[in-house]
Design a protein around this ligand. Sequence first.
Ligand SMILES: [Fe+2]
Length: 284
Amino acid sequence: MAKVSGLHRVGVRVPDLAAACDFYERVWSMEPVIAIAGERGFRSQGENHADLMLAAGDTAGLDHLGLAVASEADLHALLERVGRAGHAVLSAPGQGVLAGDRLVAAVADADGNRVELIVPSEPSGPRATRSKRHLGHAVLWTPQVQAQEAFYALIGFSVSDRTHMGMSFLRCNTDHHSVALAASRNGRKGLQHMAFDIGGVDEVMREYARLRAAGAECIWGVGRHGPGNNVFAYFRDPAGLVVEYYGDMERVESVEVTQARFWGPEHKGDIWGIAGAPPMQFRD
Ligand SMILES: [Fe+2]
C-alpha cells in the first residue's frame, strides 16, 4: 500500500529572514543551498537536499511539512485516498520548483496544515550512517489529536507511543517518530518544534557545548526522552521557534500497526531526571 517514506523538509515562516538565516548557517551549522524570492533553503550536513526552508512572513510558524513519497504511482494513490476521506487536495502533482523535488503535490491535514507530498529527485541520504545530520521529526500542536492521528494514518503513519499529556508519536519508517502530535486545550495548531538527528549521545553533548559557546539559548536539556528514548537538547531560534538536536533514537523494525505504548503521569519528559520540567514553550 502506498505510504510516505519519511520527513523530507520543514518549511517555516519567520519575520526576520536575515536573522534566521544567520542562525541556521552560523550557529546551527547548515549549508545555504536555495535562494529564491523571500525564501531560503538550508541543507543539513548529511542530506542531499534542503531539509529546512525559511520564508519571510508576518509571524513565526509552520509554512508546510514536506513528506517524501517513493514514486509517482504512490503519490497518485495517496492523493486519491486523502481526497476520498474528505481532506482538501491543495495542489495536484506538478514538477518541483525546489532543487531535489521531482514531483510535488499538497494536501491539508485535519487541522488545515499544508502537507507537501514530494517525490524526491533522488532518495534521501543514507539513514544507516547515524552520525550524518538530517532533519528527524516535527511536532505539531493540535486541538484534535484523534482527527490528526486519523489523517496521518491515511498516508501511512503508525502510532508508536502516546502520553498522558496527549502526545502521540507517529512513525513511517524505522525511526520511532518522524511526526508527533501535541494536544492543545487552547486551540493551538502548527509547529511545536522541529528536530535534527545528529547521531548519538557524544554528538549531542559536543553540539550542546558548541551551541552554548556560540550564544544559543538552550531552553530544555540535555536529557533523555521516554518515548523514542532519544537524548535531547532544545534551543530557541531568533524567531522564537523551538528547534532540537537529538541522538540515539529508538529504531522500530516494523512500521506496521502494533500496540502503542502509553506513558503515564509518572513520566516527566526526561528519564534521567536532570533536565527538569518541559519549558514554558511546551505548556499549552
Ligand atoms: Fe522532539
